[in-house]
Design a protein around this ligand. Structure first.
Ligand SMILES: Nc1nc2c(ncn2[C@@H]2O[C@H](COP(=O)(O)OP(=O)(O)OP(=O)(O)O)[C@@H](O)[C@H]2O)c(=O)[nH]1
Ligand SMILES: *[C@@H]1O[C@H](CO)[C@@H](O)[C@H](O)[C@H]1NC(C)=O
Ligand SMILES: [Mg+2]
Length: 472
């Protein structure tokens, strides 16, 4: 009897083990089956290309776009030297499991990629619809190259050589959360030549091509009409009043450059869209779709994640200058603009609200358009970049607010972002879980008193994201 019992127990244990193994196997297959189903079910002509083809996507010429790019990389603004060699050399390294080296010669040997300058065949990533919500097809396909077309777009960073490790952190996050699947280019701009360390480190981190440009002197200096003595007195006075960056000349050149010149640098002329990235920023959530494409398909021209009130001491006469512009160029003021975001009294005074421009995804053609150029030049003539300390954030924001229709400005709730000292952590727990966010929702700035984001929702008559009430 005892022996019989033991045998039954053995059978049961064996059967349980067998069932367990069976379960694991079938589960695994179920997973694979499901992802196959995804591909089968797709209606678009092309699905993910095999990963070994990926280098071609970043690599060769083919389109006139890449060709111009390579040219301007070589002969371009001063330092814009190395683009194609490096750009081509390394992108294979982002393919999971690939061991392609970063160095040009190594990658040339083992890769299917054509050598630099070889015309490339158009790599067709298809017209796959974007997955904008977790219910959309392809939402969870976060490995490998993202299907769908690529926009004519680049990341852009203004930086000093000494910023290398801080920008490295930013790049790593942008790549991990987004660009490793999209391989967009990255343009780096500097008022001095970039050194080898900067180029090596950044090129190794970016999955698209990298380009390095030196800013022409005219874009990083005092214009003729500026009275140097007056400007100097302002800096001394602001230093005494302890206004942040108040005594800095380079900070003023930076703000003027970002306001009026970054988008017309030779390297930037090759693109239609930009995403600005600063050193030491963080991205806290996966970016499941292409923000450039979102902008294009939804006819957006400018976007933001954080907004706030400007420090009034830095812009005492900015609005006077804006009013002068509005009077001189009424034809540039858009119908259905966002004046309600900028002013509480129909344009009489500025409420200091602005989009924080250290993050921007925007349209370069808009910035290069006559209305924007007239706006910038009008402001520049008035001298406030040097006689005060006008920031590029209020300048871009006021331009977007007046020259664009209000529907052309987009708020990316789903791009979670930090630049000291503010965080945009997406509102809504489900959103944060879907996006695998690692930000603390308590740190979200959107609905706090010093943010202007509520105004943006109000003037656009948009519903605030679910969960905002709990955060207010
Ligand atoms: N090449 C160059 N880049 C600069 C210079 N000053 C600032 N930058 C860059 O311009 C951008 C804005 O400068 P930041 O110093 O970050 O200014 P901020 O964001 O207002 O202030 P922080 O709180 O210090 O970040 C960053 O991408 C900097 O790397 C400069 O003198 N030369
Ligand atoms: C990308 O945009 C630039 C600037 O508008 C343009 O000159 C270039 O031809 C475009 N390239 C492609 C491939 O569309
Ligand atoms: Mg910064």
């Amino acid at each position: 009897m005892a022996a019989g019992n033991a045998r039954i127990v053995r059978y049961i244990v064996f059967a349980a083990f067998f069932l367990g193994v069976l379960y694991l196997i079938s589960n695994n297959q179920g997973y694979r089956l499901q992802s196959d189903l995804y591909n089968v079910g797709k209606t678009q002509p092309v699905t993910n290309p095999p990963e070994k083809e990926q280098p071609i996507i970043n690599g060769g010429g083919g389109s006139t776009w890449s060709e111009t790019l390579d040219k301007s990389g070589g002969t371009g603004s001063g330092d814009g030297v190395k683009s194609d060699g490096n750009g081509v050399g390394k992108s294979g390294s982002t393919v999971p499991g690939s061991s392609t080296s970063n160095s040009e010669s190594d990658s040339m040997k083992g890769s299917t990629r054509p050598p630099p300058g070889t015309p490339k065949q158009q790599t067709d990533l298809g017209e796959a619809a974007m997955a904008l919500t977790p219910n959309d097809h392809g939402w969870n396909d976060m490995l490998g190259t993202a299907p769908g077309p690529r926009m004519n777009a680049t990341f852009v960073t203004l930086a000093r050589n000494s910023d290398v490790w801080d920008i490295a952190r930013s790049i790593r996050q942008v790549e991990d959360r987004f660009n490793r699947r999209y391989n967009y280019d990255w343009v780096f701009l500097n008022d001095k030549p970039f050194d080898d360390t900067f180029k090596k480190v950044t090129t190794s981190l970016v999955s698209g091509k990298t380009h390095y440009g030196e800013i022409p002197h005219e874009h990083w200096s005092f214009p003729e009409h500026i009275d140097q003595d007056k400007a100097k007195k302002v800096r001394e006075d602001m230093a005494q009043r302890k206004i942040i960056y108040g005594d800095s000349i380079s900070y003023r050149h930076m703000c003027r450059f970002e306001s009026g010149f970054f988008f017309r640098q030779e390297l930037m002329m090759n693109y239609e869209w930009y995403w600005r990235v600063e050193p030491s920023i963080e991205l806290f959530c996966d970016v499941h779709y292409d923000p450039f494409r979102y902008m294009a398909e939804h006819k957006k021209k400018y976007s933001f994640v954080l907004s706030l009130y400007e420090y009034v001491e830095t812009i005492p006469t900015l609005w006077d200058s804006v009013k002068k512009f509005m009077k001189n160029y009424p034809e540039h003021i858009a119908d259905g603009n966002s004046m309600g975001f900028l002013s509480d009294d129909g344009g009489e005074t500025y409420n200091k609200c602005h989009f924080w421009s250290n993050f921007e995804v925007g349209n370069l053609e808009w910035l290069r358009s006559q209305p924007y150029i007239d706006f910038f030049e009008s402001l520049d003539q008035d001298g406030g970049f040097f006689y005060e300390r006008w920031g590029d954030a209020p300048v871009h924001s006021i331009a977007a607010g007046l020259l664009l229709k209000k529907e052309e400005i987009h708020f990316f709730n789903d791009i979670a972002y930090y630049h000291v000292p503010f965080t945009h952590c997406p509102t809504g727990e489900q959103t944060r879980i879907d996006l695998r966010c690692h930000c603390n929702p308590k740190e979200n700035f959107d609905w706090k008193g010093y943010s202007c984001t509520s105004r943006y929702f109000d003037i656009n008559k948009l519903d605030k994201p679910q969960g905002h009430i709990e955060e207010e």
